[in-house]
Design a protein. Structure first.
Ligand SMILES: [Zn+2]
Length: 203
């Protein structure tokens, strides 16, 4: 299902909202400006008077004057979850490099929790089960293992990329320019599969 990228008035990405949620912002006249190249078309009921069906266009990227109390601010790092972690690391075990389906991946603490390692973005990586078990509670250097990439905390823009698997091309372009400098998503084409440019075939 195509979702609408909601920005605050300053152009900072806040959240994905449903098409209906986007339509509501238009009805309440809370749209400040539009930034997308695509329109999502919502079809409503038929008018008893004219017999015509109502149509509402919702832009794929909208900046709203509505204040979102639930949003934790621009600087907010998305909450650490396994699905987001696995997407950050492109479903790759950061020890052996194997790309695996979600059910075969685990969250590994680079510094074991028992040794004071923290459960936060900069301290955890995606690992396959064999690597996770091999590493166990050892320090990496002690058993000759090393990381293929450095773990980092995604910013809000990257968090939005990580949580939506059907992102329109213009939405992806918008978000990609706003991810942090250390993000692996800055590599061109790194997430080509996640970028669904086709809006015509509506979900
Ligand atoms: Zn592995």
């Amino acid at each position: 299902m195509t979702r609408i990228l909601k920005l605050d008035v300053g152009g900072r990405p806040i959240a994905w909202i449903s098409r209906e949620g986007g339509a509501l912002l238009y009805c309440r006249e809370q749209i400040a400006w539009e930034a997308g190249r695509e329109d999502v078309v919502l079809r409503g009921g038929y008018s008893r008077r004219t017999g015509l069906r109502s149509v509402l266009r919702v832009n794929s990227i909208v900046a709203t004057t509505a204040v979102d109390k639930a949003a934790d601010g621009w600087a907010g790092t998305p909450a650490l979850t396994n699905p987001r972690l696995f997407r950050r690391d492109d479903y790759m075990c950061l020890y052996c490099g194997e790309v695996l389906p979600t059910e075969l991946l685990t969250r590994d603490h680079v510094v074991p929790v028992s040794a004071g390692g923290l459960d936060e973005w900069e301290s955890v990586v995606t690992a396959c089960r064999p690597c996770n078990q091999r590493k166990d509670n050892h320090a990496l250097a002690a058993i000759g293992m090393r990381l293929l990439a450095v773990p980092y905390a995604p910013n809000r823009a990257e968090g939005l990329i990580l949580e939506n698997r059907l992102i329109l091309a213009d939405q992806m372009e918008f978000l990609r320019t706003r991810v942090g400098s250390g993000s692996r998503l800055r590599v061109p084409g790194a997430d080509g599969v996640a970028c669904a440019a086709n809006i015509n075939g509506t979900d």
